[in-house]
Write a protein that binds this ligand. Structure first.
Ligand SMILES: *[C@@H]1O[C@H](CO)[C@@H](O)[C@H](O)[C@H]1NC(C)=O
Ligand SMILES: *[C@@H]1O[C@H](CO)[C@@H](O)[C@H](O)[C@H]1NC(C)=O
Ligand SMILES: *[C@@H]1O[C@H](CO)[C@@H](O)[C@H](O)[C@H]1NC(C)=O
Length: 430
C-alpha cells in the first residue's frame, strides 16, 4: 500500500496540495504502523498466557487482585472448615458423627475435631492447608514474589522440620532428602509420588502470576521440590490453568472445559493424562453424576469407586474440579437439568441462594458437600475452595467461617504482600 502511494507522489510532485496530502498520508501511515506495533507488543506481553477463552478475560487489575485474594483465603478457610472431618474414609461414620453431635445442618468446623490421623485444634489448617502456607510465606518474602526451586526446597525442608503436626509421606521424604541426604532441588523431590500435595501448592502461585508470564516455571519449581516427576507437575499445571482463568474472570465451568479441550492458545500444552482427567470431569458434569458415585462404589459408603476418595491423583484432582463446578451452579453446556449440587446429601443447604451465577451460597455449599464425602476431603477442599471463592469473590466466604479459621489474619497480610509484587495493570506488565 505504501509503495503505490509513493508512485503517485512522484508523478504529481509539482502540486503543493499533493505534497500536503502525501505528508499527511505518511504521518498517518507511521501512526497506524506504530499503533499496530504497540498493540502486538501488548498482546504478546499481557496475552502471554491470558486471553484464549471465548469471552474476554478481565483486564482490570483491581478485580483480578480481589479474585486472587479470594482464591488464597477461600482455599485456607475451606481447608480449616473441613479439617475436623479429614481422612475419614467412611461416609456413614461421618453421618453418624454429625447426628450424634447435632451437626447435620452444619458440618463445617465440626467439633470435636475427629480426624483419625491427627489431633489439631478446631479452626486449624489441615496438613494440606499447612502445605499451602510455606508457598505463600516463601513467595511473599521474595522481593518480586517469585518462586525458585532451590531456594524454595531449602525453605520447605526447614518448614517441615519445624512442623509439629502430621507429615505425610512425600513431605517427610523431601525433608529428609534435604536435611540428611544433602540433596538439592529437584533431586530432593520424590521421583514417583503424585498425590494431592501437588495441586495444593499452586494456589498462591496462581494468585501471583495470573495473566502474567512465569506461572508454568513457578508451578514446576514448587511441585518438584517435593514430587520430582512429570505426572505430578502436569496435574498441578492443569489445576493452575483452571484457577488462573477463574481469577481472570471466567467461570469455573468454562475454564474446565477449555483445559479439557487441550487449553488451545496456552503456551504450554497439557499432557494426555490431563486431557483424560479433565475430559472425564466434563463428561460427568454433563451427565450430572453425583460426585459420591465416583468417589465411592455405588451403594457403598466406604468402598472406593472409579475415582476413589483418597489423596491419590488423578482422582483427587477430578473430585475437586467436579465438586467445584457442580457447586458453582452454572448450567452445563448441553445439559438440560440445572447443575444440581448433585452430591450434597444435606437437605439443609437446599434453600441456599442457588442463583444462575455462583451466588454467595456456592462456596459454603461446595465446601459442605465435599467434606461430607470424606476421605481426603481437605486436599479436595483446598482447590475447590479456591475456585469457588475466586468465582464468587471474597463476599462468598461466610464471615463466620473466616472468624473461625486460625491464622487467617496473618495469611491475609502475606497475601496482600505477595500480590503487591504483581505490579500494575495486566496490560502494562512487560
Ligand atoms: C473429611 O474426611 C475425614 C476423613 O475421611 C472425615 O473424618 C471428616 O469427617 C470429613 N469431613 C467432613 C466434614 O465430612
Ligand atoms: C524454623 O524454626 C527456626 C527456629 O525457630 C526459625 O528461625 C526458622 O525461621 C523456621 N523456619 C521456617 C521455614 O519456618
Ligand atoms: C496421608 O496420610 C493419610 C492417612 O494415613 C492417607 O490417607 C493419605 O493417603 C496420605 N496422603 C498422602 C498424600 O500421602
Amino acid at each position: 500500500m505504501r509503495n503505490s502511494n509513493t508512485d503517485v507522489t512522484y508523478s504529481l510532485l509539482g502540486s503543493r496540495l499533493v505534497q500536503v496530502i502525501v505528508a499527511g498520508l505518511l504521518v498517518f501511515g507511521l501512526l497506524a504502523f506504530g499503533g499496530w506495533r504497540a498493540s502486538t507488543v501488548t498482546q504478546q506481553s499481557s496475552g502471554a498466557r491470558a486471553a484464549w477463552l471465548p469471552g474476554a478475560s478481565d483486564t482490570d487489575e483491581g478485580r483480578i487482585r480481589q479474585r486472587a485474594t479470594a482464591a488464597v483465603l477461600g482455599a485456607l478457610v475451606a481447608d480449616a472448615a473441613t479439617m475436623a472431618l479429614h481422612w475419614i474414609y467412611d461416609t456413614d461414620k461421618i453421618q453418624d458423627l454429625l447426628s450424634r453431635h447435632g451437626r447435620r445442618d452444619e458440618p463445617a468446623f465440626f467439633e470435636p475435631p475427629s480426624c483419625p490421623y491427627y489431633e489439631y485444634d478446631s479452626g486449624s489448617f489441615s496438613p494440606y492447608g499447612d502445605e499451602l502456607l510455606p508457598v505463600l510465606q516463601y513467595m511473599a518474602d521474595q522481593e518480586r514474589g517469585t518462586l525458585d526451586g532451590p531456594g524454595f526446597a531449602e525453605y520447605l525442608a526447614a518448614y517441615y522440620r519445624n512442623y509439629t503436626g502430621r507429615l505425610n509421606k512425600s513431605s517427610k521424604a523431601m525433608m529428609e532428602a534435604v536435611l540428611q541426604g544433602g540433596r538439592k532441588w529437584p533431586e530432593c523431590g520424590d521421583p514417583r509420588d503424585t498425590q494431592a500435595n501437588n495441586f495444593v501448592k499452586v494456589i498462591p502461585i496462581v494468585a501471583r502470576y495470573a495473566g502474567r508470564p512465569g506461572l508454568a516455571q513457578a508451578v514446576d519449581a514448587a511441585v518438584r521440590a517435593q514430587q520430582n516427576n512429570g505426572e505430578a507437575v502436569e496435574l498441578a499445571w492443569a489445576a493452575a490453568l483452571v484457577l488462573e482463568q477463574v481469577v481472570l474472570g471466567h467461570s469455573i465451568a468454562a475454564a474446565v472445559e477449555w483445559v479439557a479441550g487441550g487449553a488451545p492458545g496456552s503456551h504450554r500444552p497439557v499432557s494426555k493424562s490431563v486431557l483424560q482427567a479433565l475430559g472425564s470431569v466434563v463428561e460427568h458434569r454433563r451427565s450430572n453424576t453425583a460426585l459420591r458415585d465416583l468417589l465411592y462404589a455405588p451403594g457403598s459408603a466406604s468402598k472406593p469407586g472409579d475415582w476413589g476418595p483418597s489423596c491419590a491423583n488423578p482422582g483427587a484432582l477430578k473430585g475437586a474440579l467436579l465438586g467445584a463446578v457442580q457447586a458453582s451452579g452454572q448450567p452445563a453446556r448441553g445439559s438440560r437439568a440445572k447443575a444440581a449440587s448433585g452430591s450434597s446429601s444435606s437437605s439443609s443447604s437446599s434453600s441456599s441462594s442457588g442463583g444462575g451465577k455462583a451466588g454467595s451460597g456456592a462456596f459454603a455449599r461446595g465446601v459442605r458437600a465435599n467434606l461430607l464425602l470424606g476421605g481426603d476431603n481437605c486436599s479436595r477442599g483446598v482447590l475447590l475452595g479456591a475456585l469457588l471463592a475466586a468465582e464468587g469473590g471474597l463476599v462468598s466466604i461466610p464471615s463466620a467461617w473466616r472468624a473461625k479459621t486460625r491464622g487467617l489474619a496473618q495469611a491475609e497480610v502475606l497475601t496482600e504482600q505477595l500480590l503487591d509484587s504483581r505490579g500494575g495493570s495486566v496490560a502494562a506488565a512487560a
